[in-house]
Design a protein around this ligand. Structure first.
Ligand code: ZN
Length: 293
């Protein structure tokens, strides 16, 4: 067994108390640095990259490897979402005391770069257990390869997450679909959900270019906020809007990372990425909520 796999299995072992078997809902523990096993013997292997796949039936995802690679490059190296991550870190710091250890879940983590960046920043003050789940195996594989040193990633459904009740202090859901009922179950008493929802001007330059005159152009998300308010006690709502200048290379990464450009003609994509530079807008609402008492 490789050193890397042993180290990653040891990390899962250190945090194993949060896991529960997706089949029978009993506690799980790491066995021989190889797998997570419940008391009924349901076994989920730890892959050589250190992630665990909890899906009990295969799920086809449209999100492919190239998309996650583009995201990682644009988010990590080019810092496209740094202001958003700083804001999330700040919000968590205001809500949690550094005196006690904190468990953070990113539900729908994709290639894992948001949760890794947030946990990295928090670790200057907090002791953090950082876990990311996503239904896409390609995303989790990429996350585990890049950030698996001090984070645990798993292939799992956010609507049926493999964790016990009241396991997390913080749940992040960044620009991805949510299951609020499940998040309520997973949250500790006093814990909070931070949900980032795209707003009107989110990637408007991309939408205006590719969907001029069609309904996809307008981006509204009032219902997302209403649905959030029905499920959580809303502590805060913050709008974050900024633009980032992207180079030609970055623009082609952006085109590859967003489903907005799927099924667009190659000619149109080439015209978009022929620009030497463009300002791209990030416009999101951050909804911060706690379980109703
Ligand atoms: Zn089981």
């Amino acid at each position: 067994m490789s050193d890397k796999k042993i180290k990653r299995a040891a990390l899962i072992k250190a945090w194993q108390s949060v896991f529960r078997c997706p089949l029978c809902h009993t506690r799980m523990s790491v066995s021989q640095y190889k797998s997570l096993i419940c008391k009924h013997g349901h076994t989920f292997d730890i892959s050589k990259q250190g992630y665990v796949n909890f899906l009990t039936k295969p799920v086809k995802s449209q999100y492919q490897k190239a998309l996650f690679e583009a995201r990682r490059e644009l988010f990590e190296t080019q810092q496209f979402f740094d202001p958003l991550r700083r804001e999330i870190t700040e919000i968590i710091s205001c809500l949690q005391s550094p005196q006690k250890p904190m468990t953070v879940l990113d539900a729908g983590c994709g290639e894992g770069s948001h949760v890794s960046a947030v946990c990295r920043a928090l670790r200057t003050e907090y002791s953090v257990t950082g876990i990311g789940i996503d239904i896409s195996k390609e995303g989790v594989l990429s996350a585990s390869k890049t950030f698996g040193e001090d984070m645990v990633f798993a292939v799992a459904d956010v609507a049926d997450a493999p964790f016990g009740d009241s396991s997390f202090d913080m749940i992040m859901s960044i620009l991805s679909p949510s299951n609020y009922k499940e998040y309520s179950r997973l949250l500790k008493h006093g814990g909070a959900v931070i949900k980032a929802v795209p707003q009107r001007d989110y990637l408007k330059e991309v939408r205006e270019f590719f969907f001029e005159g069609s309904e996809k152009q307008a981006h509204t998300n009032t219902s997302a906020a209403d649905r959030f308010k029905m499920n959580f006690q809303t502590v805060q709502r913050k709008r974050l809007c900024y633009t980032k200048p992207l180079s030609q290379t970055e623009l082609s990464l952006l085109v590859r990372m967003t489903p907005l450009t799927w099924k667009r003609s190659e000619e149109k994509i080439q015209r978009f990425t022929a620009k030497e530079r463009a300002e791209i807008t990030v416009d999101v609402d951050l909804l911060i909520g706690t379980n109703p008492i």
